[in-house]
Design a protein around this ligand. Structure first.
Ligand code: IYR
Length: 223
């Protein structure tokens, strides 16, 4: 049957056969399980071209009706990073000292976090993920976006995995509220801040909390 829109052959080849598939899966699991959220960064730079690769990978994610409802801002400019840090720390200070319920603070205690966010100026890059609640073309006419949170969450997952597989470090940081990012980065109102990811190399003496992940039986069922 003739299709109304163009189709092309799927570019696909089987990568591993038999035992090799299991070995590859074991290796991939081991590599991905090394990922940790890093809050202590070195100031060692990362080339802009690498950041562009990473954002191209993120932007290749599947999305509702292929609307690609995201926009990424990569910040290396030290003045802009300083403004972001200042605004984020002001919100975090209120969060930790006034807004956060006791239970939330208790849940955060094992992570050892507080209102201070030095990584926002130490890490060479800040990647800010915006979600687009609708699309807007050049003449300003709106088009609908679907499954925006799911789509942008998937793109962020691609980004986090790519950063890790490249041997770099990041953190899913969500200062709350984060409207200040729209102002500082001068984004239009249909783009809402979704996630802030510092990108860099860990500091030599970086530490992470000792956390336990759920066991297979806790996180999955096979029927
Ligand atoms: N946004 C605050 C608090 C915080 C909240 C959660 I949920 C975390 O998993 C970690 C921290 C902060 O960044 O410190």
């Amino acid at each position: 049957m003739a299709k109304e829109y163009p189709f092309i052959p799927l570019s696909f080849s089987v990568k591993h056969e038999g035992e090799a598939l299991l070995n590859a899966a074991d290796q991939l699991q081991a590599e991905i399980l090394q990922r940790r959220s890093c809050r202590d960064y070195s100031d060692r730079d990362i080339p802009e071209a690498v950041v562009k690769n990473l954002l191209q990978i993120a932007a290749s994610a599947p999305s509702g009706a292929n609307k690609q409802p995201w926009h990424f801002v990569a910040v290396r400019n030290p003045e802009i990073k300083a403004r972001i840090r200042e605004a984020a720390e002001a919100e975090e200070k209120l969060f930790y000292e006034e807004r956060a319920p006791k239970e939330w603070l208790e849940d955060l205690a094992p992570l050892g976090t507080d209102w201070q966010k030095p990584f926002l100026t130490t890490a060479p890059w800040l990647l800010v993920v915006f979600k687009e609640i609708y699309g807007q073309d050049e003449n300003g006419s709106k088009n609908k976006h679907y499954y925006v949170n799911e789509s942008v969450g998937i793109a962020s997952g691609f980004l986090i995995a790519a950063i890790h597989l490249l041997g770099l470090a990041t953190l899913t940081h969500t200062p709350s509220p984060m409207n200040f990012l729209s102002e500082i980065l001068e984004r239009p109102s249909h783009q809402k801040p979704f996630l802030l990811l510092p990108l860099g190399y860990p500091a030599e003496d970086a530490q992470v909390p000792e956390l336990r992940k759920k066991s297979f039986e806790e996180h999955s069922s096979i029927l």
